[in-house]
Design a protein around this ligand. Structure first.
Ligand code: HQG
Length: 177
């Protein structure tokens, strides 16, 4: 089984285009696993929930949550109707890895969700570095004054254990490391 290809397509369906797969997704992003697998069967053959568990165990990142025969993406959504998330108290500091070429704009306008529903932040510098490496060979790591932003009314949400999400963050909460 090509887990990388299957995983990419599942992310595409759950994060970006559930309608293309005719998925009945609820407000929190949950979809019945069998409905997703049914939509993928022409391309990947007959799969069951065990295959998804296998895929998740083989993955470099924790991208999906599986519960009560339903599945959802922890983060990354881009479609218009925002996934309902419960606001959480963030740690004092979070990090964001990005490309040097985005810096002047970020320091002026702050961090924006861009094509996604939320800004994506990292729990630790190592994760931020990996995220930033997707955009730049020598990424920049930004330190985010998360708890201060939260106290000032900006909502934060938990993605998985290493990914946090937030609403747009003005530059006053962002420091270059
Ligand atoms: C940048 C992957 C200019 C922002 C990762 C980032 C993550 C601005 C880019 C998850 C800006 C958006 C998300 C502004 C933000 N001006 N640029 N005002 N505000 N940006 O890919 O955070 O492998 O949408 O710095 O690991 O890089 O898919 O977000 O560079 O967890 O599971 O705009 O996706 O996970 O890029 O990554 P992205 P991201 P997966």
């Amino acid at each position: 089984m090509n887990y990388v290809k299957l995983g990419k397509e599942i992310s595409y369906a759950l994060r970006h285009h559930p309608e293309k797969y005719h998925l009945d997704m609820d407000d929190e992003g949950w979809v019945v696993v069998n409905q997703l697998l049914d939509a993928l069967k022409d391309k990947y053959g007959i799969l069951d929930e065990e295959d998804i568990i296998d895929l998740m165990n083989h993955s470099d990142k924790q991208r999906y949550e599986l519960k009560n025969h339903r599945i959802r993406a922890y983060y990354g959504h881009s479609f218009k109707k925002k996934i309902k998330k419960e606001s959480q108290i963030p740690p004092q500091i979070l990090y964001h890895g990005t490309a040097k070429r985005f810096l002047s704009s970020i320091m002026k306008e702050g961090l924006k969700p861009m094509n996604r529903q939320y800004v994506h932040l990292s729990q630790d510098k190592e994760t931020a570095y990996l995220v930033g490496s997707r955009h730049d060979q020598n990424p920049v790591i930004l330190q985010i004054d998360a708890y201060k932003a939260y106290q000032d009314g900006i909502a934060f949400y938990l993605g998985n254990e290493t990914v946090w999400l937030s609403e747009a963050l003005p530059s006053q909460y962002i420091k270059m490391l």
